[in-house]
Design a protein around this ligand. Sequence first.
Ligand code: ACO
Length: 325
Amino acid sequence: MRRYSRITGTGSYLPPRRLSNAELAAELAENGVETSDEWIVERTGIRFRHFAEPDVCSSDLALHAARSALQAAGVAAHDIDLIIVATSTPDMVFPSTACILQHKLGANGGAAFDVQAVCSGFVYALAVADSMIQTGAANKALVVGAEVFSRILDFKDRTTCVLFGDGAGAVVLEASDTPGILASDLHADGKHVGILCVPGHVSGGAVLGDPLLKMDGQAVFKLAVGVLESAARAVLAKSGKRESDIDWLIPHQANIRIMQSTAKKLRLPMSKVVVTVDQHGNTSAASIPLALDSAVRSGQVKRGDLLMLEGVGGGFTWGAVLLNF
Ligand code: ACO
């Protein structure tokens, strides 16, 4: 009998400090950086973001989200045999945030590693965990997206610092006789490294290069809309489904205009799109599992619904996962 993987629980966590656009604008104004609630809402749809305190790391946010997902799934931490954390803001250069999370959870012994695909990280991690479950390499996986993007923002650059926030989301993925994940589709095109990057690195005890986020917003926007459509069509084709079969589109939460364009191309009404970017900002690898958990807990997403998860981000990376929830 074929093995599939199925999401059996979701969880998420946002650090308590929540800033409205007006509050962020007031803080930025103290450093001579001018922005406004009106500009941010009109161009991005973002109204709030959460920022972690300086001593809080990605693994701390991941721990809360993971515990909540484990509880929802009714799975004990020690039964988890695979942990994948998608993050671009790891606690350390090494070891992986997944190993740190594994220890904090008391889930020691299984495989644990990080995936670095920036805002596509969760979709990449979910596809890898699905493959490992299908082959029998794992039975019960914890797949987490966790970020403290506030650490890598340049608060003097108004074109980027208003866009991002911190948070974590997690799912428990278990082996199942019925699908579950129907299809996934992952891609990257490294020629676009420069349009979205944090170009610094650690060398000889110092940071070489710039450790803050750089983005060509318009280039990212154009690429994102095209690849989100192609990845969605690829997973629909692989699983023999049509656009109209999709109950919920849960895209990476970067910008409401990217989501609207994607929905239009897939001929989906916005009422079928889970939107949390207004509340969370762009939390990179955490954005999709945060949106999923919020939609599950609000009762929007129900068992049996067909979900299209789509990520796009630095690399340039992109991908989609189609699943029966
Ligand atoms: N507040 C006020 N004014 C601003 C701000 C701000 N925060 N940021 C830029 N502006 C100004 C610019 O200086 C410019 O002024 P000018 O015309 O006097 O020169 C004007 O607004 C327009 O700037 P643009 O960069 O052309 O604005 P645009 O409409 O392209 O919106 C944005 C910028 C929101 C970044 C858009 O390009 C976008 O959404 N890109 C997608 C990128 C994205 O979402 N990235 C997230 C990470 S990638 C990912 O997750 C996939």
